[in-house]
Design a protein around this ligand. Structure first.
Ligand SMILES: *Cc1c(COP(=O)(O)O)cnc(C)c1O
Length: 342
């Protein structure tokens, strides 16, 4: 028997659900959940099951390939594929219990032959995915369960494009019949109830990134735990790791742990990341390598080889020091961890 990996991703299901509830109760709109990219790195199926149990009914992935690992869906749960359909996707799209979000006139024409209801994305100014408002008539006669659009500038609440997109979407909502209207991602929800329409689609705010609708930071959901493979004493002037970027300013005790950028512990956390050992903050020492990282545990209570270092995964705090966004840090979380929900 091969023992489990020496790095673990510890996941706080209560924090995940509490974050989702804050979106679900911030106004009158229903809250779905974006679980694309394996639930932003945390594990899409585990996220879906927890949020479905909490009452979430609508889940969003990007690709058809993301659907099968999520099956079987709990009763009453709807799954949607944001990238729409290509002719190659059609057999899967007809077979799988998921609904595309159509984005182009060609997709609309393809789907019309099925006679099935569908979701539709319109572009209100981001110029990314979606039918232009002027071409929405190509979907006339289709049964649209949800009409979507997506905001480009929610990270800047005062950007004029936010209000321009809201007004364009309100105009569409008045003339395109649909079951529900949906515009806001996580940060869009914080722009206020006029941006909520019937359904919001939070993603990163469920997983510890960005803000909750009331402006508080999202609760971090993940922690890393990595085993100390080796402890060593490095004299003042000694260096640690590739490029010798860390030079000990004092006699130092360095813990090398089983965690690297292949696991999603970003190289940008070299010398800037931190771990907790017995509650004491221990700075990353030197470059993060593919499979290893080192932390300065000089000030921590005695640690032993084989002990676990606790590495809080606060996406915003890590983004601030790593040159990555909270999104990139989350979705990079690798597949070598044992994912443990608590
Ligand atoms: C990813 C995505 C979301 C979620 O966005 P966050 O910024 O993570 O909240 C919502 N809607 C669409 C269309 C998306 O692609």
């Amino acid at each position: 028997m091969i023992p489990p990996p020496q790095a673990r991703l510890l996941l706080d299901g209560d924090a995940l659900v509490a974050n989702w509830r804050d979106f679900a109760t911030c106004g009158r709109a229903e809250a779905g959940a974006a679980i694309k990219a394996d639930g932003y790195g945390l594990g899409a199926r585990a996220v879906l099951l927890r949020l479905a149990a909490a009452g979430c009914r609508r889940f969003y992935v990007a690709h058809w390939h993301e659907v099968p690992p999520l099956l079987p869906l709990p009763d009453g749960v709807m799954l949607s594929v944001l990238h729409g359909v290509t002719p190659q996707d059609m057999p899967a799209a007809l077979d799988l219990p998921a609904e595309p979000v159509l984005a182009t006139a060609a997709q609309v024409a393809l789907w019309r032959q099925t006679g099935r209801a569908v979701e539709l994305m319109v572009d209100t100014g981001m110029n990314r995915l979606g039918l232009a408002p002027a071409e929405v008539a190509v979907a006339d006669g289709l049964e649209i369960t949800v009409l979507h659009s997506h905001l480009a500038c929610t990270e800047n609440p005062v950007h004029p494009l936010n209000e321009a997109q809201r007004a364009a979407f309100a105009d569409l909502a008045a003339r395109v019949p649909a079951g529900l209207y949906a515009l806001a991602n996580s940060a869009g929800a914080a722009l206020g109830p006029s941006f909520h329409f019937d359904l919001i689609r939070p993603g990163v705010g469920l997983y510890g990134g960005g803000l909750l609708p009331d402006g508080r930071p999202s609760r971090p959901v993940a922690r890393l735990a990595a085993r100390i493979l080796q402890l060593r004493d490095v004299p003042a002037g000694g260096s640690v790791g590739y490029g010798a970027s860390f030079v000990a300013s004092r006699a130092s005790r360095i813990a090398t742990v089983a965690l690297g950028y292949a696991d999603g512990y970003a190289r940008g956390l070299s010398d800037t990341g931190w771990a907790l050992a017995g509650g004491v903050r221990c700075q990353a020492a030197g470059r993060v390598s593919m499979d290893l990282a080192a932390f300065d545990v000089t000030d921590a209570p005695a640690m032993a080889e084989g002990d676990w270092l606790d590495i809080p995964f606060d996406p915003e705090a890590m983004a601030a020091v790593s040159g990555r966004t909270s999104y990139e840090l989350l979705v990079a979380l690798g597949q070598r961890f044992e994912r443990v929900w608590q």
